[in-house]
Each structure stands twice: as structure tokens, then as C-alpha cells.
Design a protein around this ligand. Structure first.
Ligand SMILES: Cc1cc2nc3c(=O)[nH]c(=O)nc-3n(C[C@H](O)[C@H](O)[C@H](O)COP(=O)(O)O)c2cc1C
Length: 203
């Protein structure tokens, strides 16, 4: 059973690598963002990559809700109320901190959701693959990202859902996941060796 490793390539080989593969291999989750806004045309390209993601039976039933500015500050306030009332002490403690910000102060936050009635079989897969498409597209454009699962993990999410409903994310939609997007405020750390996921080959 061999664990294939191409993450520790010599520098020259990395330079010659296909750009898409280099982007996939070098993408990192970023948790500190600068205030620098993402240019509109780059954000449009990233969102096009979400729309172009494959989906089960080609249903294309996801919604991508894009928040920034006051809408995003409003979401933070609403989610904080839910976190403060969470039965989970992790969220209560996190929300009690002055600097609570579940999307790491990123300027843009995108939520993937789907109506389970319209996409009964593969809503999670469809949303997840679109989120990954966006993270790879963003990385290729020099924009950093991080998958944020707080909206799924904070339960119940009452104020947050009501607020999102007011912004156009229907209450009957299941939230699949979300990502923060923005420019990293510091150095992006190199990826540690990949040792978990296994590849098993048979021929
Ligand atoms: C389904 C999923 C949920 C995640 N949720 C969070 C999260 O809520 N907060 C966070 O900071 N990172 C989250 N992450 C990011 C992972 O922690 C990160 O991908 C992992 O540590 C590997 O680091 P890398 O992305 O830099 O390779 C999530 C990733 C996935 C795939």
C-alpha cells in the first residue's frame, strides 16, 4: 500500500508543474485577512466557477449567497446572539470574546445552500464541490479562503437564519457550508506534509 507523495517536489519540478495542479497543491486555509476588497471582476470569476461545478443529475440546485459590508456585519451580530445562547460551551465562550468573528474578518463570505426538495439526493456533494471550485479559483487569482462551518455547527441558528432569510436565503434551504474570501494579511504558511488520505492502487 503506497502513499503517493508529490507535495515535496524539488523546486525545479514545481516550477514546471501544470498551473492548475500547482494551485491545488499550494492552496491553504487562511484565517487572517486584510481589509483590501476583492475586485468585482475577480469575485465574478470565482462565482462563475461555483456555477460551473458538476452536480448530481446536473440539477444545479445550489444557491450561493454572497455577503460583504453591512450585510456581513449584520450576519456576525445575528450569529453571535445564536452562539451566545448555544447549548455548546465552545460557542458560548467563543461568542463572549470581544473579537468574536467566525469568518476571520474576511471582506467576503459566501454561503452554499440548497432546497432539499429540489435537490433531494446530492445537496451536500453539490454544495461542497462548488465551494471547493471557488477556493481553487480564488487561490489561482491570489485570493485566499477558508471553509467556515460555523453556520452548520451553531445549533440552533435562529437569529442567523432569520437574518439570512431577510437577505434572500430561504429558510427551507439547507446550508451546506460557507467560505471566507479575501487577501491574506500575512505570510501564507507552507503546507505541512500530507500524510492522511491514502491512495490504494490495484491493477
Ligand atoms: C468541511 C470542512 C469544514 C471546515 N470548517 C472549518 C471551520 O469551521 N473553521 C476553520 O477555520 N477551518 C475550517 N476548515 C478548514 C480546515 O481546517 C483545513 O482545510 C484543514 O486544516 C487543512 O488545511 P489547509 O486547507 O490549509 O490545507 C474546514 C474544512 C472543511 C473541508
Amino acid at each position: 500500500m503506497a502513499l503517493r507523495r508529490i507535495d515535496n517536489l524539488p523546486e525545479q519540478e514545481e516550477k514546471n508543474m501544470n498551473e492548475t495542479i500547482r494551485t491545488i497543491l499550494s492552496r491553504r486555509s487562511v484565517r487572517e485577512y486584510s481589509d483590501k476588497p476583492i475586485p468585482e471582476d475577480l469575485l465574478d470569476q470565482i462565482l462563475s466557477c461555483a456555477q460551473a461545478a458538476p452536480s448530481g443529475m446536473n440539477r444545479q440546485a445550489c444557491q450561493f449567497t454572497v455577503l460583504s459590508g453591512k450585510a456581513l456585519s449584520g450576519l456576525l451580530r445575528a450569529v453571535r446572539v445564536d452562539a451566545l445562547h448555544s447549548p455548546d460551551s465552545f460557542w458560548r465562550n467563543a461568542a463572549a470574546a470581544d473579537d468574536f468573528n467566525f469568518f476571520y474578518n474576511a471582506p467576503v463570505f459566501i454561503i452554499a445552500s440548497a432546497d432539499p426538495a429540489r435537490d433531494p439526493l446530492t445537496p451536500i456533494e453539490d454544495g461542497a464541490i462548488a465551494l471547493e471550485n471557488m477556493m481553487i479559483a480564488a487561490a489561482s487569482l491570489g485570493v485566499s479562503s477558508c471553509w467556515i462551518h460555523s453556520l452548520v455547527m451553531i445549533n440552533p441558528l435562529r437569529e442567523g437564519r432569520a437574518y439570512l432569510d431577510s437577505l434572500g436565503l430561504p429558510v427551507n434551504h439547507r446550508i451546506i457550508g460557507s467560505i471566507s474570501l479575501g487577501y491574506a494579511s500575512g505570510e501564507i504558511p507552507e503546507r505541512p506534509p500530507l500524510e492522511g488520505n491514502r491512495i490504494v492502487e490495484a491493477s
